[in-house]
Design a protein around this ligand. Structure first.
Ligand SMILES: Nc1ncnc2c1ncn2[C@@H]1O[C@H](COP(=O)(O)OP(=O)(O)OP(=O)(O)O)[C@@H](O)[C@H]1O
Ligand SMILES: [Mg+2]
Length: 356
């Protein structure tokens, strides 16, 4: 799908240059399939859409797809990254100003709302708008009217509004930082982007896609990851979602070594280890969680010691103060590769495999 027409007001070119194929963007999971059918239905109707999801789940891509499928697809797609614009400037960026509206307003300037006429206005991280701007936006949603700063009269604009957030707006409403009436206006249709850990069945296809893409882009010939590393990717928690996976594969293609990314994952996992992601929607088992965490910690310690000893298992067993046989058992039990050679397809020149 070609990238939709963009406006000059912000950098709108997707890092991939064009959208990945639908089969990659939506994959096979039920959650993404239903998201896709909701997106298809809503795209042709000019109603506001709220896209919810963690960072890196594809909110930007979906906002652009909605635009690309809308009747105004040949119109502008104007993105406003709300947190990136200081609060005081945001009002003039969004709504524009008249000459002399404030000191330094030497000429009139249209805002992004106006620039998005007959197109899509994408408000990213909408929860960052302050309450005064929220009420101006509410007016725009109610009657399509807004007022440039310093203007005597309202202006009318036809625009489709798509908002995105990675916050829970109902909590912001309870805290008094987000207007409930605005929430109802922007949330006519809600699209929830599932985090990558809820669509693990798509990881293999995403890896394959990014590998081919970055091999082509950087003129490299990195091979498919080993099945051991693919297994690790399947178990990983992916706090940065698809963006994190994409960056990982990009690094692998450029650096050409699986060690770089498996070490990265171990370090990131460790940072998160003491911050477990616990879903409190239902009952949790302290015993099961602790057992899982202990096994995970043991796996990481063994992996680290093996790496430190260049996969020499006898030395690793001595360092860990366990028998060689116990280490072999634990390596198997933890799903770690039995020796270094199976972890890498392409050993760099001079990298020998340590003998036991
Ligand atoms: N479904 C997907 N298929 C393929 N690539 C994806 C998908 N979702 C995200 N990506 C990749 O991950 C990167 C991040 O996606 P995107 O910018 O859409 O996430 P986001 O939800 O808007 O994140 P943030 O909240 O940080 O702005 C994109 O550059 C894209 O390359
Ligand atoms: Mg985004």
């Amino acid at each position: 799908m070609p990238i939709p027409t963009t406006s000059s007001v912000s950098s709108l070119v997707h890092p991939l240059g064009e959208f990945p194929p639908d089969s990659i963007v939506f994959g096979k999971s039920e959650a993404m399939q239903s998201l896709r059918s909701r997106m298809d239905k809503v795209a042709s109707a000019n109603v506001p859409v709220l896209i919810n999801g963690e960072s890196g789940t594809g909110k930007d891509i979906v906002a652009r797809m909605i635009h690309g499928l809308s009747p105004w697809k040949s119109g502008p797609f104007v993105k406003v990254n709300c947190p990136a614009i200081p609060g005081t400037l945001l009002e003039s960026e969004l709504f524009g100003y008249e000459k002399g509206a404030f000191t330094g307003a030497y000429g009139m300037k249209p805002g992004r709302v106006e620039m998005a006429h007959r197109g899509t206005l994408f408000l990213d991280e909408i929860s960052e708008l302050d309450l005064a701007l929220q009420s101006k936006l509410l007016q725009l949603l109610q009657d399509g009217q807004f007022c440039r700063i310093g203007a005597q009269e309202d202006k009318k604009v036809e625009v489709r509004i798509v908002c995105a957030t990675n916050r829970q707006l109902d909590v912001e409403i309870e805290n008094g930082t987000f207007r409930q009436d605005l929430y109802y206006r922007i949330n006519v249709v809600n699209l929830r982007m599932p985090p990558l850990r809820e669509r693990r069945g798509d990881i293999d296809a995403l890896v394959q896609y990014f590998l081919e893409y970055y091999n082509r882009k950087y003129n490299c010939r990195a091979r498919m990851l080993s099945s051991e590393l693919m297994g690790t990717l399947q178990k990983y928690h992916w706090p940065g979602n698809i963006r994190e996976l994409e960056n990982l594969i990009k690094r692998y293609v450029i650096l050409g070594s699986e060690d770089v990314i498996s070490n990265d994952l171990v370090t990131r996992d460790e940072q998160e280890f003491f911050n477990p992601d616990i879903n409190l929607d239902g009952p949790i088992s302290l015993k099961a969680l602790t057992r899982k965490a202990t096994r995970e910690l043991e796996r990481k310690i063994i992996l680290k010691v093996l790496q430190a000893h260049h996969w020499n298992r006898k030395q690793a067993a001595r360092t860990l103060s366990i028998s060689y046989r116990a280490l072999l058992y634990k390596i198997r039990d933890a799903g770690l590769p039995p020796n270094r050679s199976t972890r890498r397809r392409e050993a760099p020149v001079g990298a020998g495999i340590a003998a036991d």
